[in-house]
Ligand binder design. Structure first.
Ligand SMILES: *Cc1c(COP(=O)(O)O)cnc(C)c1O
Length: 370
């Protein structure tokens, strides 16, 4: 079976991890955490990096730190992972959805401004699958209406928008280090920001809002979202290779593009826009409506041929858990709905070999046209 993802851990990971064990520093108090935060923030051109336990936790803390609460509205894409919406809903705020662009699969920024109301507090931009959201229009709308901008850059380590690092464009950026991301810590995440106060609030929320002087007296409810020294050790070793990893992903994407060039019945990822070159976090496909099989059936047949695939996201307005809460009644986002049903991605991990890509492409051609 060719797995959908396999990470590369053959740099300094082992050495740094051993250092944790030999020094006894395994908790979040260890020195790698601060080093990883500083290097990561530097890489993203941000003043502050706050390492947390995962990318979902980074989003939760960022939403809380932006002060989003009851009655507030947050504009976000319909087509994204559930992690983006959890804390908005739990905080009693209202998620306001925007449909996707059918070509880039990112939120259609031309639909944002019509969704702004006097209650809108923030826009959450989620960079999807390898190409960033067109951020300049988002930032302009935010300026005009006094909105905060949160960037979910979980899939965008090393990607830039018009030459500026993803994660550095809004008020706050979040990353994940799950093993299918460009760099991994097993489980892990990072919040990045320039504003000292916002960063301080995130740091405090991460650590149960313990107070410096009166440790067990709390003015605010936080979480334990701390990253361990062992995770940060992995992160530091991975970060050293980020450029190499981005290069590998781009080569992987280019090879699939060549192998699948002219393939009838499927839309391939857009290699570039005028603001970015695709970094192929995953190599996605969207099957044409004319094709008899949908993504689910195509993935089943590919699995039978030893090719591990994953479906695209399922849109927020079609999530049973959110519908049961009475959210999004009667709302339709046709592009997101279609991406969910017709889209899936091929094996795209960093350890994927060219010969495996050849096998994947051959299997895909048989499944679609065999
Ligand atoms: C992976 C991912 C997350 C969640 O990160 P975890 O570390 O798995 O919690 C959030 N947003 C996006 C866009 C992601 O791809």
């Amino acid at each position: 079976m060719i797995p959908v993802n396999e990470p590369l851990l053959d740099g300094n990971e082992k050495q740094y991890l051993l250092e944790c064990i030999e020094t006894g520093w395994i908790s979040s108090e260890g020195p790698f955490v601060k080093q990883f935060e500083e290097r990561f923030a530097e890489r993203v051109e941000r003043r502050h990096g706050i390492a947390v336990s995962n990318g979902t936790a980074a989003l939760d803390a960022a939403i809380e730190a932006l002060g989003i609460g009851p009655g507030d509205e947050v504009i976000m894409p319909a087509f994204t992972i559930i992690s983006c919406i959890g804390q908005i809903v739990r905080a009693g705020a209202k998620p306001v959805l925007v449909d996707s662009d059918p070509v880039t699969w990112n939120m259609d920024v031309s639909q944002i401004e019509a969704k702004v109301t006097p209650r809108t507090k923030a826009v959450m931009a989620v960079h999807i699958y390898g190409l960033p959201v067109d951020m300049d229009p988002v930032l302009a709308i935010a300026r005009r209406h006094g909105l905060k901008v949160l960037e979910d850059a979980a899939q965008m380590h090393g990607q830039t928008y018009k030459g500026r690092p993803c994660g550095s464009l809004g008020d706050v950026g979040t990353f994940s280090f799950y093993p299918n991301k460009h760099i991994t810590t097993g489980e892990g995440g990072m919040i990045v920001a320039d504003d000292d106060r916002l960063a301080e609030v995130c740091r405090s929320l991460r650590n149960l809002c313990f107070q410096p002087g009166k440790r067990f007296v709390h003015e605010r409810l936080g979480w334990n979202l701390r990253m361990t020294n062992m995770q940060a050790a992995l992160g530091l070793a991975q970060l050293e290779r980020l450029d190499e990893f981005v290069g590998r992903k781009r080569a992987m994407g280019a090879r699939y593009n060549t192998l699948l060039n002219g393939l009838a019945g499927a839309q391939l990822p857009l290699p570039r826009t005028d603001y970015a070159e695709n970094i192929y976090w995953v190599y996605g496909l969207v099957l044409d409506d004319a094709l008899a099989l949908d993504a689910e059936e195509a993935m089943r047949r590919l699995a039978a041929k030893g090719v591990g695939c994953r479906p695209f996201f399922w849109p927020m307005h079609e999530q049973p858990v959110l519908q049961q809460m009475g959210l999004f009644k009667g709302e339709r986002y046709p592009v997101a709905e279609r991406l969910a049903r017709r889209g899936f991605y091929l094996p795209s991990g960093l350890a994927l070999q060219p010969a495996q890509q050849d096998q994947v492409a051959a299997a895909l051609k048989e499944v679609l046209h065999g």
